[in-house]
Design a protein around this ligand. Structure first.
Ligand SMILES: [Zn+2]
Length: 88
């Protein structure tokens, strides 16, 4: 007799990345920045040209717009390219 158990696919909560590399749209300089775990950073001052970056329309923070990794709230809310998730 086989005891078949249906296991639900669970997503590990430990995969939230707290580091993102921001790329400045003005000068192309990249900078690795750490992100707050449950907040968003709306402004970011480029280390290269001093440009004050703001999120693009529809994005909640500079990490979602210019970073290699979206902000932690978006990661944990299951945010994806098509997900309509607002974190703040
Ligand atoms: Zn710049």
């Amino acid at each position: 007799m086989h005891g078949s158990r249906h296991e639900r696919a669970t997503y590990p909560r430990t995969m939230v990345a707290l580091e993102s590399v921001l790329t400045c749209p003005s000068c192309g300089v990249q900078a690795s920045e750490s992100m707050p775990e449950n907040a968003c950073q709306y402004f970011y001052e480029c280390t290269g040209c001093g440009e004050r970056l703001k999120p693009r329309a529809g994005d909640c923070c500079v990490f979602c717009s210019y970073g290699t990794v979206v902000c932690p709230p978006m990661q944990t809310e299951g945010g994806g390219p098509d997900a309509d998730v607002r974190c703040c």
